[in-house]
Design a protein around this ligand. Sequence first.
Ligand SMILES: NC(=O)c1ccc[n+]([C@@H]2O[C@H](COP(=O)([O-])OP(=O)(O)OC[C@H]3O[C@@H](n4cnc5c(N)ncnc54)[C@H](O)[C@@H]3O)[C@@H](O)[C@H]2O)c1
Length: 452
Amino acid sequence: MIGGGYVGLVSGACFAAFGVNVRLVEADRARLAALREGRIPIYEPGLDDLVAENVAAGRLQFGDDLEYGVDGAEAVFIAVGTPSRRGDGHADLSFVYAVAEQVARAMTDYTVIVTKSTVPVGTGRRIAEIVQAIRPGLDFDVASNPEFLREGSAIGDFMRPDRVVIGAETDRARAVLRTLYRPLYLIETPIVFTGIETAELTKYAANAFLATKISFINEVATLCEKVGADVHDVARGIGLDGRIGSKFLHAGPGFGGSCFPKDTLALARIGQDAGAPLRLVETVVSVNDARKASMGPRIMAGCGGSVRGLTVAVLGLTFKPDTDDMRDAPSIPVIWHLFGDGARLRLFDPVGMAQARAMMPDGVVWCHDALDAATGADVLVVLTEWKEFRALDPEALKAKMAGTTIFDLRNIFDPAAMRAAGFRYFSIGRPNPAPAETQRSASRPAASRVPA
Ligand SMILES: NC(=O)c1ccc[n+]([C@@H]2O[C@H](COP(=O)([O-])OP(=O)(O)OC[C@H]3O[C@@H](n4cnc5c(N)ncnc54)[C@H](O)[C@@H]3O)[C@@H](O)[C@H]2O)c1
């Protein structure tokens, strides 16, 4: 397994749990040092125990020596990053191709080189050309085995997936992958065998479809706000239709994370290059960019046009709960916007603060829990729906805050309960306080605004 990030480490540990001997090669010194010391460099529930068990059983090893990793391996998985290329939005394949060259040099016997990373159509063919050019005559196959796990539930997703997609073109390659996934055959997981291009495209199509669902419900939410409808009820009313399904119909501040933003953009570019533009996907990209950018102004408008001089508490920084991943998180543009307008910011996230620090403005206050963040705040903004925020008692929040304005961008609170507690409560796709009410929230005497 080449690459020990969210996908490589989870996949490596899960294959080891299936009984496979896994050598995981990680280039980042800090990540590797952590793994070797028995620490998990990312936050993923359950991963620490799974890794520890399999290291102890001798089935999972970590190193930076790719030659040792590849030596004698029946399959080599490439699980390195494929971020957006600066400037044009194409997937940056430099890490993938660099690994392909290294693997070609290191291979000793027949190996299946498998892309686990999300890679554009044609990448598998290009890897085959690279390997062939470096080691003509060497026996190998290339396969595509895209990963569908979700951060936060990655182990369950890998161990009990809805399906496994394998793009392979020889019986020998298919046999190697079938053996690796044998435990999933036993639980009757559908395994979809395809060509390499089809498997590569399937991953992008899946992510683009899910991202489209999110953008769809986000636009419906805005319409709900204008016409007095409730997006929760609309989502339930359509989601119960089996043809639609209830998942990915939660309105919010726009999708973020390490996959949807870069993969929708990359798929749009793949379509343009192939002469088959995906207008829907292109629109999803721009709708989502606009959505994320609109959240700062939405908060300012609710505060009477500006947050200058106001203390704003932000609960949640990661792009979703149960991960420390900050890549493309909606919190980033929102916080910079409020900061730029002159807000004093008090930030808290249960696990993402170490990752977030490098991405946030200097001068924000880092808090140790939700109530600490709320202390003395004029305005409270919920940006990630961590479970512990759902359980917050409105009265406890009220006692800590100086003001009474809440922007719940994830709809985690009950509007009636928040209004009953005396909050000016703004949420997404539901009735919000009338514009006439939207004035600066410094409604209490100045003395009460001093943090306790
Ligand atoms: N994160 C997810 O939820 C998820 C889900 C499905 C698919 N994917 C895809 O999987 C791929 C990896 O994503 P990720 O989130 O794990 O990325 P990541 O950045 O967390 O991990 C990639 C790792 O590869 C290492 N690496 C880079 N070059 C290397 C080399 N030459 N040798 C050894 N290690 C090297 C990096 O140091 C890093 O630790 C991407 O293509 C992504 O789109 C991600």
